[in-house]
Design a protein around this ligand. Structure first.
Ligand SMILES: Nc1ncnc2c1ncn2[C@@H]1O[C@H](COP(=O)(O)OP(=O)(O)OP(=O)(O)O)[C@@H](O)[C@H]1O
Length: 453
């Protein structure tokens, strides 16, 4: 029986090709031959090759192996897991060794004995199988990693991951705190994925975006005819989260009357759809998030203490990016991979000096801002390496090292930076917020804080 394998042989010697094909056809299911190495990419478009036999020298009289290296790297670009066996002549063994360092799997000397060729190809196929298996296992492992999206190795992030692992399996209500763009929603999803409710729904409610008039209908649902626009029955978010997880984002934005309504529903675990007298009991795990200081709001009388008690069995605090700068390179790497793929660019690298500048910059919009900045840089980049920090952060930010020297505190640095970005955008808050990776609310808060409003 023939071994199932696709083999491609590339050599400029027609005799070598035909003889090899005749012999290998008896052993393997598919054997293709090609004299012109420039045509290799075309073959890769049609088939997935298990082994490629590649000659080291194609032009007559040239035997420095440069062509072999060139086409070897081309093949590895097309398929990083490709198994390439180089065909070499006597006296070229040192070149073959160099090629193996570059990623070739093996080499075979011309003229070969058929049994030797067979043995080399069979062990190469085995090698290919194990390589594929390792890649598959890595993918499975990554998929099973609940923290695969939560990038960072700083002590602060490790502490957060630790806490998530501990509380996820309990049904405790968790309050996730942190500035805009620090990853609060990612933490909420990880808590859900690791919980007993992971097979049920994860329902997200952005309380900052719900108007006072739509609050009840959004959260509790309504029945047909409950109000003019209620053309049909509607399920509320509480009901959608039945048996699963309910994530209330931007909780600090809720007005006092709505806080009261929310508290009642949480206490009774029962809701009435708007326009219905029938009570529905709901069972969900509650996660909340805010970038506001709820304790301070309680003191000021703008947040209910009893509601804070209810939602805050455990608190997880996410540090701002400027307090864990050591995570910047790994996050950068992560986003570069995502955006190079998205915009179909070869993997772009970033010069060390640029990375140093990015570490000095205060990132008021945290990871979200870094994500946007990286996307912009990748779109703009025409070279393989980015040497200019301006590509990531606007000119005002690029001079942040100057700002850093002049500014005494991070707050001052942030103020100067926001002011400059605002000026650049002719005072347009929406555009400024977008550029900084902040929500408009977050920007307004800062404008008030720094007296820039
Ligand atoms: N540690 C991280 N690793 C990878 N991506 C991250 C990380 N933290 C945040 N992000 C990314 O940054 C963006 C913002 O994160 P997320 O929405 O979770 O932040 P947030 O704190 O909920 O923000 P907001 O308060 O503005 O709603 C998302 O695209 C998210 O994927």
């Amino acid at each position: 029986m023939k071994t199932q394998a696709n083999i491609l042989i590339v050599d400029d010697d027609r005799d070598v090709l035909e003889t090899a094909r005749m012999f290998l056809k008896q052993e393997f299911s598919s054997v293709d031959i090609e004299e012109n190495p420039e045509k290799i990419p075309g073959y890769f478009e049609i088939k997935d090759y298990d082994v490629i036999l590649l000659d080291m020298n194609f032009k007559k009289g040239v035997n420095d192996g440069e062509e072999g290296f060139h086409y070897l790297s081309k093949i590895l670009e097309l398929d990083p897991e490709a198994i390439v066996i180089l065909i070499t002549a006597y006296g070229e063994v040192d070149l073959a060794v160099k090629a193996m360092k570059m990623g070739a799997a093996d080499f075979i000397l011309k003229p070969w004995k058929n049994q030797k060729l067979l043995g080399t190809i069979l062990s190469a196929i085995q090698h290919r199988k194990s390589k594929k298996e390792i890649t598959r296992l890595k993918a499975v492992q990554q998929q099973n990693d609940p923290f695969k999206n939560l990038i960072g190795t700083s002590a602060a992030i490790e502490k957060v991951k630790d806490l998530i692992s501990k509380v996820a399996i309990t049904d405790a209500n968790v309050l996730i705190l942190g500035e805009n763009g620090t990853g609060k929603e990612l933490v909420a999803r990880a808590l859900h994925d690791l919980s007993k409710r992971s097979n049920e729904s994860f329902i997200n409610v952005d309380l900052g975006a719900i108007t006072e008039s739509l609050f009840e209908s959004e959260l509790f649902g309504h029945v047909k005819g409950a109000f003019t626009d209620a053309k049909a029955d509607k399920m509320g978010r509480f009901e959608m989260a039945q048996n699963g997880t309910l994530f209330l984002d931007e909780l600090g934005n809720l007005s006092l009357p709505l806080q009261a309504k929310l508290l009642t529903a949480l206490q009774t675990q029962r809701i009435n759809k708007v326009g219905s007298a029938k009570e529905i009991s709901v069972d969900f795990r509650l996660l909340s998030a805010t970038n506001m200081n709820l304790n301070q709001m309680v003191n000021e009388g703008t947040f209910r203490q009893d509601l804070l008690y209810r939602i805050n069995t455990v608190a997880i605090e996410l540090p701002p990016l400027r307090e864990r700068k050591e995570d910047i390179p790994i996050l950068l790497d992560h986003f570069i991979q995502i955006f190079c793929k998205k915009y179909q660019k070869p993997l772009i690298s970033v010069d060390e000096q640029v990375i140093e500048k990015l570490k000095v910059y205060p990132w008021p919009g945290n990871v979200r801002e870094l994500q946007h900045a990286t996307e912009r840089a990748i779109i703009l980049s025409e070279e393989k390496t980015i040497y200019n920090a301006d590509q990531f952060i606007s000119s005002s930010a690029a001079s942040s090292s100057h700002t850093a020297e002049d500014a005494v505190t991070l707050d001052e640095m942030e103020k100067v930076f926001i002011k400059k970005t605002l000026d650049e955008n002719a005072g347009n808050v929406t555009n400024t917020a977008k550029q900084l990776g902040l929500t408009r609310t977050a920007l307004y808060r800062r404008l008030n804080k720094y007296g820039l409003g």
